[in-house]
Ligand binder design. Sequence first.
Ligand SMILES: C[S@@+](CC[C@H](N)C(=O)[O-])C[C@H]1O[C@@H](n2cnc3c(N)ncnc32)[C@H](O)[C@@H]1O
Length: 439
Amino acid sequence: MVNYTCKVCQKTFAQKGHLDDHMNRKRPCKKDNTIETLVEQKVKEVLSKKEKNDIVNLPETQSNKMDYSKKTREELIAICKEKGIKGYSSKKKDEILKLILDSSLENELILNSSTNTENVDPSKLKMIDLFAGTGAFTLAFQSTNNVNVVFGNDMVEHSKVIYDENFNHKLTLKNLNDIKVETIPSHDILTGGFPCQPFSIAGYQEGFKDERSNVFWKILSIIDHHKPRCVILENVKNLVSHDENKTFNTIKTNLEKRGYHICFKVLNTAEITGIPQHRERIYIVCLKSKKIFNKFNLDFPKIEKKKISEFLETDVPQKYYYNNSSSTWNLVKSNVVKKDTIYQYRRVYVRENKSSECPTLTANMGGGGHNVPLILDNKGIRKLTPRECFNFQGFPSSYKLPALSDSNLYKLAGNAVSVPVVKLIAERIIPLLLDPLLQ
Ligand SMILES: C[S@@+](CC[C@H](N)C(=O)[O-])C[C@H]1O[C@@H](n2cnc3c(N)ncnc32)[C@H](O)[C@@H]1O
């Protein structure tokens, strides 16, 4: 334990005699900014955080942090490359060192903020929710009472706001590509409604070569490191047919290569949950155990749809209503004529949904006021409110909507998975994962 510190240069000594020698040396010490001091300060910072938070799985030991100061610039660059740390070129040795130390500290902070590793009930399955958005996967799996979500991630601020408002643990706000796999807590289940734009035809050749350009490769590297027993991915319906099935085949082959048995199906919220939203999404359930795979399927019975009116609010603020000052008033007024029916404004026309369903809610529906579905109620013609969009995605009334702009709330709702669809999957898969005879 260090007890004696030089008041000038902050160097510390275990014995008083050593400090005296230091004070009496020929060339007096100066206020110090050397690499060693920087290292020690950083290590102290990290250690004090560690003590406070009892971090698990510390990604680097104290000793190898100390060792960095003794490394050459070239060795530090090699470490940067290995750890995926950018921005080292044309930097001096101590600047590169700082980059490395900052990155280590940051990764520890990720562990701290991903919270739920404390007080985790060991009898429960551990889950991570990637591309978490609203946290619909978290909500559905936690509702089984057999799952602890130990890590939630998204890279946009409004996802963090809504997620943190609704759960006891905090969402880690960061681009997943910049998170080191070893800093993610170990888990049994990985869920993710991953973005699929990078799988464009143009991106096909390049996208599959460059691991960082496509989050699917990042998901695979997390799987390689943590080997979860179950991976559940969600995406748009046409993922299967995209690029002449090449995209889906690449996804499937890469998961199978890792020993997963794969069950997938397009599920429509309106058919299997009673919620009248037409929403067809592909769910891909990947299972390590063949025994569990043999007992699992994604066939859910069709059930009767509830009425649209059950999902609408009463006493809706005036701002959601159309009036004759709106440029689209005449078009809207002449088309939106029936109650308990949802209409869609489509650039130059208004379309009635004839199946007593809400059309698929989309992420861009709030942008510029376009595409938010319309209805006629006792007061007039109006857009669905953000809360109503969350209702059509099956979020319970206890799910809180924070004070974000309407366009952000519409986006979050349109991007989400339907909670009751994921609940059906969770309620079917969790008992199988917990069954000791099926491992
Ligand atoms: C389709 S949404 C998923 C919504 C979520 N499943 C839900 O139920 O709310 C995709 C999400 O991935 C996030 N995202 C996209 N690329 C990301 C990345 N590289 N790192 C972290 N999050 C990312 C987006 O911000 C968005 O919230």
